[in-house]
Design a protein around this ligand. Structure first.
Ligand code: CA
Length: 231
């Protein structure tokens, strides 16, 4: 990272044992940590200060962590959110990611993994705010002003819709994006209709971006969505 400002985190967790353990471990790792034991406290802390990232447990005493994340997003809190939860099903994960979570870790977790995921979120956040007109993932480059995409220096012939789709994938590189997220963000549809429009466009986009002889960047996660490879 280019600068050494201390990263500030908000940990939202009601289980005291995990709260203490994480607070101490994160402080050891060099982070400054505020702790909230319920959603209401988390909301007032997060609206008073801009955190570099939030770690949110889904099972909170006063509300569902997903509802908290939704509420924070509505309030304009855009810090990356790492969801912590004992719920392990794909449905829960998809729901968490769709409602504004950026990554998901199931309990029990290894501290090393939590720290690694956190570093990823923070790094991506810094990168995203640093260069808003130009995106690069591996050898894929997007010029957001000229609306031009290229791979390995070779211009890609994309339709405007394909460009928007690729831009969304690039902005979320390394993170899982679901079909519903794409429908909502790229096509502006809030309710997922019975449509294969996403699959069709991904298929076409892949045909242009991941041509033969190139490292495939657009990955499908069966039943979940897509992820654009980061490195
Ligand atoms: Ca809990």
């Amino acid at each position: 990272m280019a600068y050494h400002r201390v990263m500030e985190l908000l940990l939202v967790e009601d289980e005291l044992e995990i709260q203490d353990f994480l607070k101490a471990s994160l402080a050891d790792a060099g982070y400054e940590v505020d702790v909230a034991g319920d959603g209401k406290t988390a909301e007032s802390l997060a609206s008073a200060k801009v955190y570099d990232a939030l770690i949110v447990d889904l099972g909170l005493p006063d509300q569902d962590g997903i509802d908290l994340i939704l509420r924070l997003r509505h309030l304009g809190v855009s810090s990356p959110v790492l969801i912590l939860s004992a719920r392990r099903s794909i449905d829960d994960r998809v729901r968490g990611l769709e409602q504004g979570g950026d990554d998901y870790l199931t309990k029990p977790f290894a501290l090393a993994e939590l720290l690694a995921r956190l570093r990823n979120l923070l790094r991506r956040n810094v990168a995203a705010t640093a260069s808003p007109t130009f995106l690069r993932v591996v050898d894929l480059e997007l010029d957001l002003l000229k609306r031009r995409a290229s791979r390995g220096g070779e211009l890609l012939n994309l339709s405007p819709q394909e460009f928007v789709l690729l831009e969304y994938l690039c902005r979320h590189a390394g993170r899982v994006v679901t079909r519903s997220m794409l429908l909502a963000e790229v096509w502006g549809m809030r309710i997922q209709p019975d449509t294969n429009v996403v699959d069709v466009h991904i298929y076409r986009l892949r045909g242009k971006v991941d041509t033969e002889g190139r490292e495939p960047l657009i990955k499908t996660l069966r039943g979940v969505g897509y992820v654009l490879k980061e490195r």
